[in-house]
Design a protein around this ligand. Sequence first.
Ligand SMILES: Nc1ncnc2c1ncn2[C@@H]1O[C@H](COP(=O)(O)OP(=O)(O)OP(=O)(O)O)[C@@H](O)[C@H]1O
Ligand SMILES: [Mg+2]
Length: 512
Amino acid sequence: MAENILEMRNIIKEFPGVRVLKDVNFAVQRGSIHALVGENGAGKSTLMNVLSGVYPFGTYSGDIVFEGKACQFKNIKDSEQAGIAIIHQELALIPYLSIGENLFLGHEKTSRGVIDWDLTYNEAKKLLERVGLDENPHTLVKDLNVGRQQLVEIAKALGKNAKLLIFDEPTAALTEKDSQKLLELMKDLQKNGLTSILISHKLNEITEVSDSITILRDGETIETMIKGKDEISEDRIIKGMVGREMTERFPQRNVKIGDVAFEIRNWSADSPVIEGKKFLNDISIKVHKGEVVGLAGLMGAGRTELAMSVFGHLYGKNITGKVYKDGKEIDTSTVEKAIANKIAYVTEDRKDAGLILSEDICTNITLSSLNRVSQNQIIDKDKEISYANQFRDALKIKSNNIYQPVGSLSGGNQQKVVLGKWIMTEPDVLILDEPTRGIDVGAKYEIYTIINQLAAKGKCVIMISSELPEVLGISDRIYVINNGTVTGELSKEEAKAETVMQCIVANKKLGA
Ligand SMILES: Nc1ncnc2c1ncn2[C@@H]1O[C@H](COP(=O)(O)OP(=O)(O)OP(=O)(O)O)[C@@H](O)[C@H]1O
Ligand SMILES: [Mg+2]
């Protein structure tokens, strides 16, 4: 049996008032891909922050042994020097610097005290080759898609001679194809002797690439499974994570679907960036009362742009088309008007557009429904608190109380706050954009249950998701969108992975 490259023993980490890690033990074999799984808020990111010196020695208790040596990292630089590199849940590249500049940020290539740009870009090229990224190192990071930025992050880690790479939910924002590429790269790096820790909520990925899997629940290690020795299945992982058997991934819905209640007709819009480029072309969509309609398509197909251009004209130029509610035309040209017409849009971009990170759960949840918690323009604090508590309980938001700043919540729990905020507006039409990104299986089920409850009350739900099984599992009807147009409409019976893919591919050929 190979030796351990890393051992974390009896790790305890507390924040004021909460013990987030309670005596965690975690060992990783040299040269393996080791998965770390657990529900939102289980402590995965915290454990990795302890390992990488984000939380310095002295702020936690327990031992870290890396490469046979006891380590007391004071900061990230320390752990990097030892050979540990973390690729964070939220990417940390500087958008307006080039790939080359980003790769060597903080450890610039210099000769005689000045930056040697020739050397920088030559070395950058080599690193990009190692991660299989065919891109000019002079390109600005802002001009790369998320998948490519992810690869730059990995190249950056390799540039620091990392021996242990930590991937914190690397594929959460990637397309299926980019995710697959990334997993392949992890396996290639493994062949070259690198060790990786992988955190992900996508259990199919976990079972595909990892040699060992450790389950964390509520800050405690539940078990470590080893491929070839233990029987590994998604069901077993889920049971370990949530602490109970989960027989179904999608709750049953028995809703009577009513008349058409929401309609977008002949919707078109031009790109706000490229003059004269149409990116939404004559889209028409209907949603019945009590119906959940899925928008399927590849990333970049135009689904988010559609939602954002309808909701307050937040995106696009020269927008044309009409929106109807209960047969009457409505005006959604500003966010205020859209909200007044009882339409809500839950953004996919929770950090930048969905939340005020420095404010607490209470403020964030009630933010879009101040009319419900105030009287004569004055906020009724008791009312605000009672609503916030109600939503925290209903959505099972893991936090000390409603006064915790949302910036300190785990990724998945931040997502639930955004969701709560919009459900509180009591919308008739709820548009959800990637609502379960980074959410664990148990919490996904809870979110689907909430969607079902809204549908049962006769609301219209539009769901955008890149996870095809999710769109198939939750929708009563599906529109496939590609290149800014509707390329297929499928009933629940017709909708299968193959038929959706056919709609996508068929259009690709037309456009080619
Ligand atoms: N600075 C902080 N102050 C208070 N509590 C915190 C702080 N940072 C994290 N926590 C709490 O620690 C717990 C663990 O968070 P962590 O981010 O490690 O979870 P996670 O397993 O990575 O979850 P996810 O899958 O959602 O990313 C959460 O309940 C979170 O609210
Ligand atoms: Mg996390």
